[in-house]
Design a protein around this ligand. Structure first.
Ligand SMILES: C[S@@+](CC[C@H](N)C(=O)[O-])C[C@H]1O[C@@H](n2cnc3c(N)ncnc32)[C@H](O)[C@@H]1O
Length: 409
């Protein structure tokens, strides 16, 4: 599930669109959805989102890529990645050892479970890009057809989750309580539920929101909130771990054990902790491209939760210093926890607004931000002399903002 300024995800299918050509371009205009009947239930309980583009952006891309290529890109963007990328903590272990351990875990896994299917021999491979042999890929599968039991004529019990929750589920996570927005009446612990995602829509005030109040009761009827919008946005089936009342009473824990997902990728929760870190390849490549050396000082200006910070520290073989800065107190704690989990000691953390960390020669650094308890206030010298810089404010994961500095900031 992705949303960027240029497009929104929608369940409205191509058949519901009037495609019109003007000046050699086309744009898509949604038409009213057809009335649902039981015959179209199989289409409704399905994963088949499409993107609605801002017409101007769409025209630009069609011009750049050609209509066919762009339509393939657009379709591909509606699917999650079908592999998980793992960075191996090469100070503790090796890729080969990790692959062997992951394959060993299959032995303890229930036959036929998503974990077992995804971790079969041959599905776990070492990255072949030169220099990146500390990266391991685990291939998943999908989209898989799921029988939501609509043939009986009765609508399945349902749970609606947030987009962020759905994104995690499509990468192998369970549905946790905070991700649940709405649920059918009479859901009991142990019930099988169909899980769908509520996408944010543009609101009257210009902002984005799902428009679903947490705790909303679903009847499985067309009068349900956002019934039409959820068509084609079903991400799988699972077992409710709590009753409906429990789901909205507690604040944490697993809400739905997702045992049948549209995309099958294993969860790495609690798996080989400290030895591996789940990280997208572009983030790994970004740290790699910085080429940090043993003994250097690297400044990571937007560091939490510490994915690139720890990747850099790893490449420095934990010798030198990675100065990890984040403006959020709790997020700085996340960096510290991750560094401890990966047994990295060369990372120094500061709660600091990076925008205030740069000074002119005759000014002192504005470090008037409260420091976290186990972190010291950085001196000007500490903040000013570095060999490399990472500035990852927008979670680009694609290497923007990394630069090797030859002079002091
Ligand atoms: C995309 S995340 C960084 C991800 C991180 N580089 C990683 O690889 O795990 C962006 C972070 O930048 C922090 N941030 C944003 N603006 C900042 C600023 N002016 N100073 C310090 N941190 C900032 C946010 O608190 C957030 O934790």
């Amino acid at each position: 599930m992705r949303r960027a300024s240029g497009f929104v995800l929608s369940t409205i299918r191509t058949t519901s669109f009037a495609r019109r050509r003007s000046n050699g371009n086309f744009c898509s205009t949604p038409l009213p959805l057809p009335q649902m009947d039981h015959q179209s239930d199989s289409e409704r309980y399905d994963f088949n989102p499409i993107l609605r583009w801002n017409p101007e952006v769409e025209r630009y891309f069609i011009h750049a890529y050609g209509a066919d290529h762009f339509s393939r890109i657009s379709a591909a963007l509606t699917y999650p990645s079908r592999y998980s990328c793992i960075r191996v903590n090469s100070l503790k272990t090796t890729s080969d050892a990790v692959i062997e351990k992951l394959q060993g875990i299959i032995g303890e896994t229930e036959i036929g479970s998503p974990l077992e299917e995804s971790w079969k021999d041959g599905r776990i491979t070492k990255c072949k890009i030169p220099g990146l042999d500390y990266v391991v890929f685990v291939k998943g599968s999908g989209p898989c057809a799921i029988d939501y039991g609509c043939a009986s004529g009765a609508p399945p019990k349902e749970v609606i989750v947030s987009r962020k929750c759905a994104e995690a589920v499509l990468r192998g996570a369970q549905v946790y309580v905070p991700g649940v927005l709405a649920c059918s009446a009479h859901v009991e612990k142990g019930d099988t539920v169909a899980v769908s995602v509520a996408l944010e829509q543009r609101m009257a005030d210009g902002g984005w929101a799902t428009g679903i109040t947490r705790g909303t009761v679903l009847q499985g009827l067309q009068t349900d909130p956002h019934y039409s919008e959820r068509r084609g946005l079903y991400i799988g089936q699972g077992k409710a771990m709590l009753s409906r009342a429990g789901l909205f009473r507690v604040t944490e824990g697993i809400a739905v054990d997702m045992n049948n997902r549209v995309f099958k990728l294993p969860s790495f929760h609690d798996v080989l902790e400290g030895e591996i870190f789940l990280q997208n390849l572009p983030s790994i490549v970004a740290a790699h491209a910085l080429d940090p050396k043993k003994g250097e000082r690297i400044l990571d200006m937007c560091a939490a939760p510490g994915g690139k910070t720890t990747a850099i520290a790893n490449l420095m073989e934990d010798e030198g210093e990675v100065v990890a800065v984040d403006r959020s107190h709790n997020k700085v704690l996340d960096i510290q926890n991750l560094a401890a989990e990966m047994s990295l000691t060369c990372i120094t953390t500061y709660k600091l607004d990076a925008l205030k960390s740069v000074s002119r020669a005759n000014e002192s650094i504005d470090s008037g931000v409260p420091q976290i308890s186990n972190s010291v206030t950085p001196t000007e010298k500490q903040m000013s002399v570095h060999d490399g810089l990472c500035g990852d404010k927008n979670c680009v994961g694609n290497g923007n903002g990394m630069g090797k500095l030859t002079t002091a900031m």
